[in-house]
Design a protein around this ligand. Sequence first.
Ligand code: AMP
Ligand code: TRP
Length: 338
Amino acid sequence: MLYFKKKDIMFTGIQPTGLLTLGNYCGTMYRWRNIQKDYQCFFCIADLHSLTTFKIDNSKYCFSSNILDMVALYLSCGVDPTNSVIFLQSHVYTHSQLYWILSNFVYFGELSRMTQFKKRLLYNNTQINLSLFSYPVLMAADILLYNTNCVSVGLDQKQHIELVKKIALRFNSIYENIFIIPDILIESIGSKIMALQNPKKKMSKSDINVDNTIFLLDKIDVICLKIKQSLTDSDNPPQIVFNPKKKPGISNLLSIFSSLTNTDISILEKRFKFYQYSSFKKILSDVICDTIFKIQQSYIYFRKNEDYLIDILKSGKKTALNYSKNNLKKIFSVLNLV
Ligand code: AMP
Ligand code: TRP
């Protein structure tokens, strides 16, 4: 089990609903290596959240190939398991317990206004689980259990985290100041990478059109092809300028470039002013492949040692449980439940 130095806490999570994507990387994972210098970090694999849309058909799911892939990719993006906690949400029962408590501090109207929920409702309004509706309350439990000071997420999670803050403030205003109100860490660029064939929607792990998504474990030549075939805007002459409303395709590619090279969009616009889309895409492919190739090399190294990956999850479970149990106890106590 880990013993912590006195540092602020950062919490983040990803659902294990499929292979991790360039969207996950640009939205949050790219900063994981460095953020560990300043924060005590908790990296959660949010498998309880994924139950909302995903069926588990494997009795050894918690150490299944998909989960171990995720652990290996967390490590490949720079997570250091000797300093940070990597754990599976379902291994730590305190999350579900706090979830129930917190559901008494959030209103039906607030949850009904969540954009992600409304989108689901539009898509399928006959088989919506209660869990899809209350999804942000479980996020609140995840975050608030660990005295989290900041949460690193992509833009699609911003509204959820705002609600988490509201729930915490409401609880604090009735009881003691039990919860720390977390800050949201979202980058201005890269926090919403769009689908390559349809840059008006988010790049997602579960997109049925795989050409929309670059997966961190895609073969290098597949990545190049996906970028080459990505939808760009039909203006003549083609112009490499950032304008997400009028030119969503090229703007998305510029965002990826900017995020991976840490270069301002305005500098990229100047650099590529006289380029054809095809030449720009070629250079972008090199940038993406360079980043992903390094991650994949590291992944191959870590993924071979399954026992090590399983040990990381077992040790993460112990640390997360130990840490969160103390907090849950305090919460039960202020509610007069013990
Ligand atoms: P998910 O894959 O939905 O569990 O998301 C895990 C994390 O990655 C969250 O912080 C998301 O906001 C972030 N994320 C997912 N897709 C994207 C995307 N297309 N662009 C930027 N961030 C993303
Ligand atoms: N719901 C998040 C997503 O799909 C994943 C997640 C679960 C999370 N719990 C969290 C992210 C707590 C940040 C903090 O993207």
